[in-house]
Design a protein around this ligand. Structure first.
Ligand SMILES: Nc1nc2c(ncn2[C@@H]2O[C@H](COP(=O)(O)OP(=O)(O)OP(=O)(O)O)[C@@H](O)[C@H]2O)c(=O)[nH]1
Ligand SMILES: *[C@@H]1O[C@H](CO)[C@@H](O)[C@H](O)[C@H]1NC(C)=O
Ligand SMILES: [Mg+2]
Length: 188
């Protein structure tokens, strides 16, 4: 049998309106690259990246969903397996921010109760076109008790930090759960 090359597998999911930059955020994290051409995601796609946290090799399996309404049935079927969900809006698109409450409701309806959530205000390189103040993102995140970052896939701002923080939060949560169940402090 092949030796496992990682200690833990975390399944993450990216959701948010079409065009907010989910695919670009993931592409920046996985390939450290950026594309200005908008190729809207069809259904669902994924990337793998292994990171090391607290001496553990963690394989991140990151599912990138289509924001378009017509793929809603397919994409929501992926919520259940997710341990972490990134909700993305575009700071230059007010509607994409208003829709965050809709995406939060979708999580309540379709994801596991203990899923780790994170809010990202993407395209923060376009400050001249900003319509959503940073404080509004911070406020909705605070109201829901979740973390918030403004990111730019284009200028590579806070992308790695967001993914690593989400993975760390999931790792911490799984340690706490094991501890409370009286297990040893390692899980595979
Ligand atoms: N300036 C700027 N443009 C960005 C950024 N991220 C994405 N874009 C652009 O926004 C457009 C949409 O990006 P995508 O990543 O394809 O959007 P998406 O959220 O995956 O859209 P769907 O797949 O339809 O749900 C593309 O033209 C990108 O080049 C960013 O951080 N800054
Ligand atoms: C926000 O959600 C509505 C309803 O699901 C949708 O019709 C609209 O296209 C979304 N906004 C954007 C910017 O995608
Ligand atoms: Mg996409």
């Amino acid at each position: 049998m092949a030796k496992k090359t990682y200690d833990l597998l975390f399944k993450l999911l990216l959701i948010g309106d079409s065009g907010v930059g989910k695919t670009c955020v993931l592409f920046r994290f996985s390939d450290d690259a950026f594309n200005t051409t908008f190729i809207s995601t069809i259904g669902i796609d994924f990337k793998i990246k292994t990171v090391e946290l607290q001496g553990k090799k963690i394989k991140l399996q990151i599912w990138d969903t289509a924001g378009q309404e017509r793929f809603h049935t397919i994409t929501t079927s992926y919520y259940r397996g997710a341990m972490g969900i990134m909700l993305v809006y575009d700071i230059t698109n007010g509607k994409s921010f208003e829709n965050i409450s809709k995406w939060l409701r979708n999580i309540d309806e379709h994801a596991n109760e203990d899923v780790e959530r994170m809010l990202l205000g993407n395209k923060c390189d376009m400050d001249d076109k900003r319509v959503v103040p940073k404080g509004k993102g911070e406020q909705i995140a605070r109201e829901h008790g979740i973390r918030f970052f403004e990111t730019s896939a284009k200028a590579n701002i806070n992308i790695e930090k967001a993914f690593l923080t989400l993975a760390e939060d999931i790792l911490r949560k799984s340690f706490l759960r094991c501890a409370s169940e009286g297990d040893v402090y390692t899980i595979y």
